[in-house]
Structures are given as structure tokens and as C-alpha cells.
Design a protein around this ligand. Structure first.
Ligand code: AMP
Ligand code: MG
Length: 411
């Protein structure tokens, strides 16, 4: 069993172990932010016909050759066409059709003039300048041409993409499915949020923090409650969680204490441990196991450790399973606005708040940043890495931080 490995090694193992994303078919509105699992080829021109982009008159350019401010040309108006209707008449010499935005260009017409530039009555229209052929005509296929691969497999579906699918008449689309994530908290000290606190007890916050972190990624979650520090109870909880979830996350009981039996429980239900322990602080107690095509993550019970290890390990796994190919956070140079004087032998990850002002990033560190502290995670939007033996860090130092809400993007 691999123990005490580096962050990089742990991510490498995880991302290699993640099985192929599953392709599913869903209604387009539900597909927002999913990764497209097929190329979308257009089987039509959009617009499907030549149309006018403005309200005006359709005419023959050659009829306006001699028009100027002093000598306007008067054309006979032979029809009035709204969007959604088609002119049944063809425009002949000296004729025009009044036409509204989105209507098909009538036969015989080769230009549109906006009605504000004309003087018109019910019967005719005066044109005061030469209107070149093709003026104000949107050609069929100008937006999307038949045969175009308009959306490529691997793309994150945006609201505009859903509009493109709709315009092509596709009500459903193939995307990579998001893994279902089951969450189980372990610890004899835990009570549910609706229970009164008794002696020695605390409320289970991890299930909710981690559940919300999963929800941010668009995955479905289900809470499987609390198990005490008892291998039989945890096995039972894991079995139910495994029945439902593609990924199971537990918190607590994964360190080296007397009551830490989660790793054993992973093995007892048939999981194969991929690694146990990562060289980082907080979050070093973490066990990851594979169970068939499912993954079990045992995170530390300490709220900040669970939070940070989720971001570093669980999040890229969920993203990759959902078909994402980019799952690294964007790193930026930032100016430190707090001190961090502790020189550590460990690989430290400090929660931080980074903001942007006057063209640069600035980072503040919270006063309270031990792994048991939940409250200062509230303002956390970035992580500051302190490699072993470095520091102290002073106000004004240039550092690098990872922005938790910004993933790297492809070209
Ligand atoms: P453990 O990982 O079991 O050693 O727990 C580490 C610390 O996290 C202990 O102080 C626990 O009481 C606390 N803890 C464990 N599980 C939770 C939870 N679900 N919510 C909040 N705190 C927890
Ligand atoms: Mg415990």
C-alpha cells in the first residue's frame, strides 16, 4: 500500500484510476455546464432563408441607380410582409415590398432599405439614394451553414450552446454524466443538525460542507448520515452508500487514532486501497480506495482538512469523471498582505483570500488557520502553498496562490 505520498503522486494515481466518463442523453436545458459527448453537425442552414435584419422595404437595387436627394425614385408597394410570412408575389421593375425584421426576402428583391430612410404612403415609397445590391440582406446559412460542426465534443455546454441545439431542433443532447456522490460522516462525537448538543458532542458540519462542494460541481449528492467509530456500523453505512453512489466520501476516522477504522472498513467492504496519507498539512490523513468502478475517499474529520483535500483530490476526480479535461486551478502571482512566520517542515497549504485591485492580486491570510477551524473557510477563495523549510513570509512578499473558483481553460 502506498503511504505518505506527495500531492502530485496522489493526483496522478487518482486521475489515472478514474474510469471513463459515462455518456448519457438528456434534455438540453438540463445539459448546462455538462461536457458535450458528441460533435454537433448542422443539418440545416441558419437562417434557413435569406432574410431582412431590419424593418424597411425590399427592392431591386437597379431601380435606385438614379435616385438622389433631389430626384427620389418612387416605387409601388405591392405587399406588406411580417416575420413568419412569405411574400407570394415577385417584385418587378419599379416595385417594392414593405418588410419587417426576420421576414424572408421576396423574390426579385436584392436589397433592403430601412424605412427611416424613406418617405412612404400606403401605396408607394420614395428612395433618396442608390441602394447597392445585397444591402441589408442576411443570407441563408450566414449564422450556421449546413454541414458545419458547430459544437465539438469536449466543450462545456453554455447557455448559447443550448440555444444552438434548440435552433437545430435538437431537444436532447449526449453529455458525459456526472458521478453521484454519497456522503457519510463518521465519529462517535457527532450529532445531526436537528439534535441538541449533549456532553462531548458536536454537530456534523462536514457532510454539509462537502455536500455543498460537490453540488458546486453540478453532481448529485445524497447524505448517508452519521456512523459511530465502529467498523461494523461504518461497513453498513459504506454498503448503502456504495449501492447509490459512484463516489463515496467519508469524513473522520482515517488517521492513526485508536478509533480510526475507516481505512479498515474500506478494505472490509471489498475496497482496494490506492493510497493512505499524503504529505500535506492540513489533510495528511486521507485514504482512497477503489471498489469496482467506484471510488471511496476517506477524508479527515477536521473541517479545513476535509475542505482542502476535497478541492485537491475529490474535485478533479469528479470533474474528470464528468468528461472535463481541465481540472487544475489557475495560479496567479499575488502580494501577501499578512505575515506567516512559522517555518514548517511540512508541506503546508494555507487557506487564503485573494482579491484583485488596480491590476494586481493581493492575498490575506486568516488569523485562524489550523485544520480544526471551520469559520475562516468562509472567506477562503484561494490556497497558498508553503513548501517545507521556506518562510517566514512577510507583508509585501510576492507569492503564488491557486484560485479555487477558476479552473485553467483550454484554447
Ligand atoms: P478525526 O478525523 O476523526 O480524527 O476527526 C478530527 C476532528 O474533526 C475532530 O475534532 C472531530 O471531532 C472533527 N470532526 C469529525 N467529523 C466531523 C464532522 N462530520 N463535522 C465536524 N467536525 C468533525
Ligand atoms: Mg474521529
Amino acid at each position: 500500500m502506498l503511504t505518505n505520498i506527495s500531492i502530485e503522486k496522489a493526483r496522478e494515481i487518482l486521475l489515472n484510476e478514474v474510469l471513463k466518463p459515462k455518456v448519457i442523453d438528456m434534455p438540453i436545458l438540463e445539459s448546462l455546464d455538462h461536457i458535450l459527448a458528441e460533435d454537433i453537425k448542422s443539418d440545416m442552414d441558419m437562417p434557413p432563408f435569406d432574410r431582412t435584419p431590419l424593418d424597411g422595404y425590399a427592392l431591386r437595387s437597379e431601380d435606385t441607380v438614379n435616385a438622389d436627394a433631389e430626384n427620389p425614385v418612387t416605387l409601388e408597394t405591392i405587399d406588406n410582409i411580417q416575420a413568419g410570412y412569405v411574400c407570394k408575389k415577385a417584385i418587378g421593375k419599379g416595385q417594392a415590398v414593405r418588410i419587417m425584421t426576420g421576414a424572408e426576402i421576396p423574390k426579385g428583391a436584392d436589397a433592403i432599405i430601412k424605412y427611416e430612410d424613406t418617405v412612404f404612403t400606403d401605396k408607394d415609397v420614395k428612395i433618396f439614394s442608390y441602394i447597392k445590391p445585397d444591402s441589408n440582406i442576411v443570407r441563408a446559412g450566414e449564422d450556421i451553414a449546413i454541414g458545419d460542426i458547430i459544437l465539438k465534443q469536449g466543450k462545456t455546454i453554455s447557455p448559447a450552446d443550448i440555444g444552438i441545439l434548440a435552433t437545430l431542433g435538437k431537444g436532447r443532447v449526449k453529455v458525459y454524466g456526472r458521478p453521484r456522490v454519497a456522503i457519510l460522516s463518521t465519529g462517535d462525537e457527532l450529532v445531526n443538525i436537528d439534535e441538541p448538543l449533549r456532553e462531548g458532542k458536536i454537530r456534523n458540519s462536514n457532510s454539509y460542507t462537502v455536500g455543498a462542494q460537490v453540488k458546486k460541481l453540478g453532481s448529485e449528492i445524497k447524505l448517508f448520515g452519521i456512523c459511530g467509530d465502529d467498523i461494523q456500523a461504518i461497513k453498513k453505512g459504506l454498503n448503502s452508500a456504495l449501492e447509490w453512489g459512484d463516489i463515496v466520501i467519508t469524513t473522520g476516522g482515517v488517521s492513526v487514532g485508536d478509533a480510526d477504522v475507516v481505512k479498515e472498513a474500506f478494505e472490509a467492504v471489498g475496497g482496494k486501497i490506492l493510497f493512505w496519507g499524503v504529505r500535506m498539512k492540513p489533510g495528511s490523513p486521507i485514504a482512497v480506495a477503489k471498489y469496482g468502478d467506484k471510488l471511496l475517499f476517506g477524508l479527515s474529520g477536521n473541517p479545513a482538512a476535509a475542505y482542502i483535500t476535497f478541492e485537491k483530490f475529490v474535485r478533479p476526480t469528479i470533474l474528470k469523471l464528468g468528461g472535463e479535461t481541465k481540472y487544475d486551478f489557475i495560479k496567479v502571482k499575488s502580494t501577501l498582505e499578512s505575515e506567516y512566520t512559522k517555518v514548517s517542515r511540512k508541506n503546508r497549504i494555507i487557506r487564503a483570500k485573494t482579491y484583485y485591485k488596480n491590476g494586481g492580486f493581493f492575498t490575506k491570510l486568516p488569523d485562524k488557520h489550523s485544520s480544526g477551524i471551520l469559520s475562516s473557510l468562509s472567506e477562503t477563495n484561494s490556497l497558498f502553498y508553503i513548501p517545507p523549510g521556506t518562510g517566514p513570509y512577510r507583508i509585501g512578499d510576492s507569492i503564488e496562490v491557486e484560485l479555487l473558483d477558476c479552473l485553467e481553460v483550454s484554447e
